[in-house]
Write a protein that binds this ligand. Structure first.
Ligand SMILES: [Zn+2]
Length: 319
């Protein structure tokens, strides 16, 4: 029985129950009203939840789960990056957890004219990314890749990571609009020595892309061949670039791409001691659990590849 319907003790039960019928009606009505209120509020909450999920992008969360305080809505900075990404639901995807690996593509500059092998035209980049999209691939963040590799977290069967090395300003002008248009995420590994917005990215462009959901990660301060430096200098390159990028984005930088793909045992130790959890090489292959997490394979995409070569490289790179 509900607490609120109990009568005070000093009232005679005989008198109160004189008219049993009217008491029953009263109790029943009360229960009915409470049940109706429950139904109405629950239904509204459910509808909001559906609407929120339909409008979801890669970092959407169901705000109704935090109830009436709505803490997350008021202050998104309260939300941990990894929490957001753990909430991502891979709708309509065939999820896998086995060690079949993920292709991690790497590009560099994106502009016209494409006068060298590491500069792809915006048009060719768009054609390749559209192909990826049409093939049903889901672009992963590096947190999602990390959780798949380290924690066996499920990912879509067709998962891919798109990365850009060096952090050229043209990535902001030419690649970012294409990524947004196709609703894809990507990672940019930035050289931090000269973030002035002419050749390399500006701090403002980095911040804007990071806020959107592009992963901003490190490619060292000055792009040296790490394996030719003593340990201490390697450590400086890795630490300083990490701190610079973290101060711009306000997010943790946990991944590095070794410049030229050159590294030695000291680089791996220095990366670990600087707080990186993932490091990428230029060795061709899928990133999988057979790789050392600080020596992950990637797939180079030359601007000389036509779309058929691109398709072959993507299809034929195996674990
Ligand atoms: Zn580079």
């Amino acid at each position: 029985m509900l607490k609120g319907t109990l009568p005070p003790r000093n009232i005679s039960y005989k008198r109160l129950f004189k008219n049993k019928t009217s008491l029953s009606i009263l109790v029943f009505s009360l229960l009915f009203v409470m049940f109706s209120i429950y139904l109405i509020t629950h239904n509204i909450s459910y509808k909001n939840s559906i609407a929120s999920n339909h409008g979801s992008d890669n970092t959407s969360i169901d705000e109704n789960h935090v109830g009436s305080e709505n803490i997350l809505k008021k202050d998104p900075s309260n939300v941990d990056k990894s929490t957001l990404q753990n909430e991502r639901s891979f709708n309509n995807s065939n999820l896998i957890t086995d060690n079949r690996g993920v292709p991690v593509l790497y590009y560099h500059s994106v502009r016209e004219p494409a006068e060298n092998e590491v500069t792809i035209t915006p048009e060719n980049l768009r054609i390749q990314l559209e192909y990826i999209k049409n093939q049903g691939y889901t672009t992963l963040t590096l947190d999602e890749l990390k959780n798949y590799l380290l924690n066996n977290s499920p990912i879509p069967e067709k998962s891919i990571v798109i990365t850009f090395d060096d952090g050229y300003m043209d990535n902001y002008y030419n690649a970012f609009p294409i990524l947004k248009n196709l609703n894809m995420v990507a990672t940019i590994f930035c050289i931090t020595s000269d973030l002035d917005g002419s050749y390399y990215l500006s701090k403002e462009a980095i911040k804007e892309m990071s806020d959107y959901g592009i992963d901003i990660e490190s490619h060292t301060v000055s792009h040296p061949k790490l394996n030719q430096l003593p340990y201490d200098k390697q450590l400086n390159e890795l630490k300083e670039s990490k701190e610079t990028l973290e101060s711009i984005t306000g997010k943790k930088v946990e991944a590095v791409a070794y410049p030229f793909g050159d590294f030695n045992d000291d680089s791996v130790i220095a990366a670990k001691n600087s707080g990186y959890t993932l490091a990428f090489t230029t060795k061709r292959g899928l990133s999988d659990r057979d790789d050392n997490i600080l020596k992950l394979d990637r797939i180079y995409i030359s601007s000389k590849y036509d779309i058929n070569t691109f398709k072959e490289v993507l299809a034929q790179t195996k674990k």
